[in-house]
Ligand binder design. Structure first.
Ligand code: SF4
Length: 459
């Protein structure tokens, strides 16, 4: 993409004669499903203070036209945009006068606990202490949800153009307005999280201190934004990004306020199943919930508790889809074969429990999975597990074999497909333990689900 930045919100009355550029580094590298909340809040602040600002996208950017640039990065694997890298290289001593960087992408994988804590603290307070942003409050600033609109229009228009060209080539006539509208609607759907949702945190922090989490240094849960700080009346849905809402002492009061908005809402970060009780299960399951209920089942050691809580949850919520994030691949090293076998084994044992309760799994891989030569097995498991049409219809082994047969039917390649070659390498490496894991790889949802696990609770 070779375009310059396009301003989205033009200041009505510029109090300060500066132009601010906003950079969502994750968007520019790999693209993300959600907008960056820091970028939205900064945009809201500049809008409210009549300061010119714009979202920067594209590679050919005249960085000199900005007095200040705020860059946010959520993922550690995200690369910084080339225009930022170039500017830093040309101005090694002074770049930080213009560019302010922040976000978990700059420290989430820091292993030294003290260094991590320091970076986290600094990152969480940087904007509140920025002299260019007097009275800025990350918690209470209303976002400018329109900040990505021009980016979305631009990307969608490129896609519609592609569809039009394909149509012209196939039918030798130009597409009509209905075709163009349908194409536009289809491509805009990809950005529904940018267009349809109010996003925020009612609480922040956690009590669990899981070593792999950015909240590992937190000791408690505190209130953060109010609903009126981030709920836009014109947006139909609400996303909550709270770290551990159900463990917060005033969860009930906040949940009632959410219900009272009348808007469907969803907690996106994985609710803590371990604290589910009759009261939480009843209130949550009766709420006007948007999409799937999402919990987390990160560690095998929690299995007994998870099973006990699932019995309660499924009693109150027997039919709406319940999904669990399944964390895996953490601290995997290049040469530790035992660890990868056991990690995969216990990942499937967790899936087995979820299947027995009629729940979906969603594999979340820590970046360490790539360290091992057999790490691609996690990619294959995620391709199967994270897509309900595969997870519910076929075993993992059937999925692998289907990849190979699909390739044979749809291409002239005589090679073994990546899925099967990965599976075969895993099998050859662990042939002496294959009888332990093979039944799990052959496990099927329809024969594992056992409704008596929760239906009996009603009797
Ligand atoms: S329970 Fe969730 S939010 Fe809390 S520390 Fe563990 S992974 Fe992080």
């Amino acid at each position: 993409m070779a375009i310059c930045a396009i301003g989205s919100q033009k200041s009505l009355e510029v109090k300060k004669n500066i132009v601010v550029g906003l950079v969502d580094a994750d968007l520019l590298d790999n693209g993300t499903r959600h907008p960056n909340l820091v970028i939205l809040k900064l945009a809201g602040y500049f809008r409210d203070h009549h300061i010119s600002y714009e979202l920067i996208f594209g590679d050919s950017v005249d960085i000199e036209r900005y007095d200040r640039i705020y860059l946010s990065k959520v993922f550690t694997f995200t690369n910084l945009p080339s225009f930022i890298v170039d500017y830093k290289r040309r101005n090694p001593r002074t770049w930080s006068r213009k560019i302010q960087e922040g976000g978990t992408g700059f420290y989430a994988t820091e292993e030294d606990r003290d260094v991590f804590n320091e970076k986290r603290k600094e990152d969480m307070s940087r904007l509140n202490n920025d002299p260019l942003l007097p009275n800025f409050s990350m918690a209470h600033q209303m976002p400018d949800y329109n900040e990505y609109n021009q980016y979305i229009d631009y990307v969608v228009s490129l896609k519609v153009e592609e569809d039009s060209k394909a149509y012209l080539k196939n039918y030798n006539i130009y597409p009509d307005a209905d075709f163009l509208n349908a194409s536009r609607t289809k491509h805009r759907k990809k950005y529904k999280d940018y267009l349809d949702y109010s996003i925020g945190f009612l609480t922040r922090g956690c009590i669990r201190q899981c070593p792999f989490c950015v909240n590992k240094g937190e000791r408690g849960i505190h209130p953060y934004s109010n609903l009126e700080d981030f709920v836009d009346k014109s947006r139909p849905f609400i996303y909550l990004w709270d770290d551990n809402f159900l463990c917060y002492k005033n969860w009930k009061e906040l949940l009632q306020k959410l219900i009272d908005t009348g808007k469907p809402f969803q907690f996106r970060q994985g609710l803590d199943e371990r604290v589910i009780d009759e009261e939480r299960a009843k209130m949550l399951s009766k709420a006007h919930y948007h999409g799937d209920f999402i919990f987390a089942f990160d560690q095998w050691k929690d299995r007994d508790l998870i099973v006990r809580k699932l019995r309660i949850w499924k009693t109150y919520c027997p039919s709406k889809t319940t999904k669990f994030y399944l964390f895996c691949g953490y601290e995997l090293t290049a040469d530790n074969d035992t660890k990868i076998f056991e990690d995969v084994y216990y990942l499937f044992r967790r899936i087995q429990i979820l299947m027995s309760f009629g729940c979906l799994g969603y594999v979340m891989r820590h970046a360490d999975y790539q360290n091992h030569r057999l790490g691609n097995i996690y990619t294959q498991i995620a391709r199967w597990c994270n897509q309900p049409q595969f997870y519910k219809k076929m075993s993992f082994e059937e999925f692998i074999l289907r990849n190979q047969s699909y390739q044979e039917e749809h291409s002239s390649s005589t090679k073994t497909c990546k899925s099967l070659s990965t599976y075969t390498a895993f099998k050859e490496t662990f042939f002496d333990r294959w009888n332990e894991i093979e039944p799990l790889f052959q496990m099927k949802y329809e024969s594992t689900i056992d409704e008596s696990l929760w239906r009996n609770n009603n009797e």
